[in-house]
Structure formats: structure tokens, C-alpha cells
Design a protein around this ligand. Structure first.
Ligand code: GLC
Length: 530
């Protein structure tokens, strides 16, 4: 059996609100994606991952799901999704939906019923309703904080509290209640039967909650990060949930799951991609690394080590406790997604930030495994600076206006023309305003420029494709401080994170992320050689 399609796949992440607007309401939609599939095909990606398009009041832009088996009218309808799937498949592009098992919306019929029902009722048993602490139950049941800031509990009119690890509009589901897995299976089959090719599973390290909901040791944590001993996440029980999901997905050959797993410890991370759990899990180390040779190398080494330690399925682990198994997982790589600051800005912004982001593109695309590219990354978009008044991320309100949140990486894509809305929409007031300075960053502009970031992505992806099937391992080559060089099946990737130009390694120059002077690799530049 050959390697599955996704094991070296390039996945393009479409944030549907911001990709392309077909109906002139200032918000992107499914027909907008269908109309711009040329862009994905020209890039040469294997698959797209669509952020949630299911029915939602949009308190967290679709991650608060009121009906997991229907399309929100903002994005279109089921027919529009079918059109997109068919059009993508015609072009050889697979499509992953984004599902949210950990929580629902407060508008989900289950939660509406739970609010109407009494404490202790079966309706409340689908969520985490608890009495409060203190003489009148006026204190939350434990000290858990929401990932978006503030307490993870909200009190309802009869005095009970319900748990929400994210916004109050996102109550956590109780996966010990059989309704949660049964309904999730229905959702998986619903989309797989319609022809989608798999799922990104939101908060895949959530779902299982520890018995008794003990206090967390440390409540002072930054957005989307937490310690591995945080009782809110990464509980042992989560693996049984993943095995049940995998059993369903295995009925659909070729389908893939990729989990959002914010777990730092390599051995614990590896458990999520045992052969009977998720196919893939996001490893966020590379996007957390600074533009620094040591940090980048550590991130790569750790990500590779994490998947190398995968080993056996849970049942095999019990049977063969001491025997070492050889199965390894597939590494995944990303520099951006809809939750983090754009790479150009993270690496310092301006011309330097862009040069570094371009250099990291060559590192990213030379690595073995599955690669994720977030829409706009291929254009070198920086984080947009947005005025307070337009911010929409719940993080902004929940943090008492201290954390601006994730809107700056979610601004609509510039397609063409010289002024906002840059062909994204017919309407000037797009859901988030687009910076007028993006005129030189449009797809149209960059297609005509061989030195553009889009051209760099296209060339790099073409070379990656031509070398499809090249062997998994990477070999580090000795380099001066500040420089990182590795080789993979005859391709040498070198990146200079230092302040001085360095001598290029031997070989034929295939591609560089910036201008090369003779045999010198300038700072903030990477090159591929053969
Ligand atoms: C994940 C998503 C993020 C969302 C959160 C709650 O971290 O990537 O965008 O806000 O889950 O569903």
C-alpha cells in the first residue's frame, strides 16, 4: 500500500468570511470560494480546509455551532457546499470541513432545552451544569478561566452555573453523556456521505473533563496556550473519543482527520496520532519559534521527535506493553492560521518581516509531511492594524480591552484593483476594513511579478511537487551560528537568520527567497539547492 495522499499533502486553509464574497454583503461565502478555485489550482495545493461554515450565531465566527449539519445562510446553503466540493474535486483538490466537538452554541437546541429544564435534568446532563460555591452558590464551581479571558462559568437564572472553556456563547458538551458521541457520529457521516474528504477537529485535546472538575493550578495564561497539567485539557479520556471518531472515519477510505492539539509534551502529543486515533495533529512549535536558527531547529527536531515516538494503538500498548513498535506518525507544519499573528508581523514587520516570512516559506515547504498554508500567507500579508471600534474577536471584550485578539489576521484577501475592497466584494464596507496599502499585495498584482511572494510560493510548491514522494528524513548539515541547513533527498535548504551574509552551500541554486549576491546568502534569506 502506498503512502496516503495526505502524508505529504499541502493543505490550504480558507477562512470563508475573508476569502471572497460572491453576494455583495461584505462577508466571504462558499460561492466566493468556488469562483476563486483557480487561485488554489495555480498554487498547486492538494486540499483545502474550510473554517466552520455550519449554522452559527457567530459569537466566535462559526466556532459556536447551532446546527452542525447545515450551512449557515451567511455562507450559502448545502447546495453551495455541494457545488464547491464538486468543483474542487474536478480540479483534484480535496476538501476538509471544520467540526467543533468540544462545545456547541448557546443557540443549539440542546442548550436551549437545557436552560428550560431543571437542575439535574437529562437536558442539563449534556453539558456541565453545576451548583456554585459559597453560601448562596454565588461563586463559580471551580477556578477555571476561559481561554478568551474571564471565568469559564456563567450563572443562569435558577442559580446554577454552566461551563464554557471559550466564550459564554460556547457551552462545553459533556462527552460522558452518550448523546454527544452519537450526535457527532451523525455529523461525521452526514458530511462524509456528501463527499467531503475529512475534517479539521477543533480543540481535539478538549472534550474529556476530569472527574470532579478540580481547580487548575495556574490561572494566569496567555491566549491559546496552557500547561500540560492544566485539568481543562488533554485528559486521558480524550483518547477513547478519538478512537471512536476514527472508527467512523475509517468507513470512508481516504478521509483524513487533523486535530487541533495544543499539547507540548512530545510523548503526550504522540498519543493523539496513534494508528487508531487522529490521522494528523497540528504541531504548533514552528509557528511559535522566533526567526532564530536555534529556535527553528529545536521546533523542527521536536516536531519530528513527537511523531517518531507514536508507536502502537492503545489496545496494542496494553497487549505488548514492553515491545517497541515501529509505526511513526506524519509531521505537520504551519507558520500561520486564523488564531495567530501573521508571520510577516511576528518576524518583525515591514521589509525585514516580509523577507523572514519568505525565508521561512522555503523552510516550511522543504520539510517532510503535511503542510498547512493559511489564506493570505501566500501573499505575504502582514497583520492588519485595526481601529478598536471594528474589533470583533470575543477576546477583545472578554479581556476587558487588553488583548486585541485575532481579527488582524482575519482581514479579507485582496484580489485585484488599487483600492479596498480589492475585488474581495462589491461592497466597500467589508466585515473588517481592508488596508489601502495592500494595493501591491493583491493576487492580480503579484501574479504579474516574478519576484512576488505569490510567485515564490508557486515556484516552491512546483519544486515540492516534482519531488513528490521524496524520502521522509532530514539531515542537518554543519553550519556557522545563525545559519540552518538541512538536506532531504538531494534538496538542500539553507536559511540565514544571522546579521551577516554567509557562503552558500555547494550545489545548483534552485530557488531563493530573496536576492542572492554571487555565492553569498544574505541575512533573512533562504535558498534551495540541488
Ligand atoms: C480553536 C479555534 C479558534 C476558536 C476556538 C474555540 O482554537 O481555532 O478559532 O476560537 O477553538 O472553538
Amino acid at each position: 500500500m502506498g503512502a496516503p495522499w495526505w502524508s505529504a499533502g499541502v493543505f490550504y486553509q480558507v477562512y470563508p468570511r475573508s476569502f471572497a464574497d460572491s453576494d455583495g454583503d461584505g462577508v466571504g461565502d462558499l460561492d466566493g470560494v468556488t469562483a476563486h478555485l483557480d487561485h488554489l489550482q495555480r498554487l498547486g495545493v492538494d486540499a483545502m480546509w474550510l473554517n466552520p461554515v455550519t449554522v452559527s450565531p457567530m459569537a466566535d465566527h462559526g466556532y459556536d455551532v447551532a446546527d452542525p449539519r447545515a450551512v449557515d445562510p451567511l455562507f450559502g446553503d448545502l447546495a453551495a457546499l455541494d457545488r464547491l466540493v464538486a468543483a474542487a474535486h474536478t480540479r483534484g483538490i480535496r476538501l476538509l470541513m471544520d467540526l467543533v466537538p468540544n462545545h456547541t452554541s448557546v443557540a443549539h437546541p440542546w442548550f436551549v432545552a437545557a436552560l428550560a429544564a431543571d437542575p439535574g435534568s437529562p437536558e442539563r446532563g449534556r453539558y456541565f451544569f453545576r451548583d456554585g460555591r459559597g453560601p448562596d452558590g454565588e461563586l463559580p464551581p471551580n477556578n477555571w478561566v476561559s481561554v478568551f479571558g474571564g471565568p469559564a462559568w456563567t450563572r443562569v437564572s435558577d442559580g446554577q452555573w454552566y461551563l464554557h472553556l471559550f466564550a459564554p456563547e460556547q457551552p462545553d458538551l459533556n462527552w460522558d453523556n452518550p448523546d454527544a458521541p452519537a450526535d457527532f457520529e451523525k455529523t461525521l457521516r452526514f458530511w462524509l456521505d456528501r463527499g467531503v474528504d475529512g475534517f479539521r477537529l477543533d480543540v481535539s485535546h478538549g472534550m474529556a473533563k476530569p472527574p470532579g472538575l478540580p481547580d487548575m493550578p495556574d490561572t494566569d495564561i496567555a491566549l491559546l496556550t496552557h500547561r500540560d497539567d492544566d485539568p481543562r485539557f488533554n485528559r486521558p479520556g480524550v483518547h477513547a473519543i478519538h478512537r471512536a471518531i476514527r472508527a467512523v472515519v475509517d468507513d470512508y477510505p481516504g478521509a483524513v482527520t487533523v486535530g487541533e492539539v495544543w499539547v507540548h509534551d512530545n510523548a503526550q502529543f504522540a498519543q493523539y496520532i496513534r494508528p487508531d486515533e487522529l490521522h494528523l495533529a497540528f504541531n504548533f512549535r514552528l509557528l511559535q519559534a522566533d526567526f532564530d536558527a536555534v529556535e527553528i531547529r529545536n521546533a523542527i527536531d521536536n516536531s519530528l521527535a513527537a511523531v517518531a515516538s507514536v508507536g502502537s494503538t492503545e489496545s496494542e500498548t496494553h497487549r505488548l506493553s514492553s515491545r517497541k513498535r515501529s509505526s511513526t506518525g506524519t509531521p505537520t507544519w504551519a507558520l500561520e492560521n486564523h488564531d495567530v499573528t501573521r508571520a510577516v508581523t511576528r518576524y518583525g514587520g515591514g521589509a525585514v518581516g516580509l523577507a523572514r516570512a519568505r525565508a521561512m516559506t522555503l523552510v516550511l515547504l522543504a520539510l517532510p509531511g503535511a503542510v498547512f498554508v493559511y489564506n493570505g500567507q501566500e501573499l505575504g500579508l502582514p497583520e492588519a492594524e485595526l481601529p478598536d471600534a471594528v474589533l470583533q474577536d470575543p477576546v477583545w471584550e472578554r479581556s476587558g480591552h487588553t488583548v486585541r485578539g485575532r481579527d488582524g489576521c482575519r482581514v479579507p484577501l485582496p484580489w485585484s484593483g488599487d483600492a479596498p475592497p480589492f475585488g474581495f466584494s462589491e461592497r466597500a464596507d467589508t466585515w473588517l476594513p481592508m488596508p489601502p496599502q495592500w494595493a501591491s499585495l493583491t493576487v492580480e498584482h503579484q501574479l504579474g511579478d516574478p519576484g512576488s511572494t505569490l510567485s515564490l510560493y508557486r515556484q516552491a510548491l512546483e519544486i515540492r511537487r516534482e519531488r513528490a514522494g521524496f524520502d521522509g528524513g532530514i539531515e542537518w548539515l554543519l553550519t556557522p551560528g545563525g545559519v540552518l541547513t538541512f538536506q532531504r533527498d538531494g534538496l538542500v535548504c539553507t536559511v540565514n537568520t544571522g546579521a551577516q551574509p554567509v557562503e552558500l552551500p555547494a550545489g545548483k541554486l534552485l530557488l531563493a527567497s530573496g536576492p542572492i549576491n554571487g555565492h553569498q546568502l544574505p541575512p533573512n534569506t533562504a535558498a534551495w539547492l540541488a
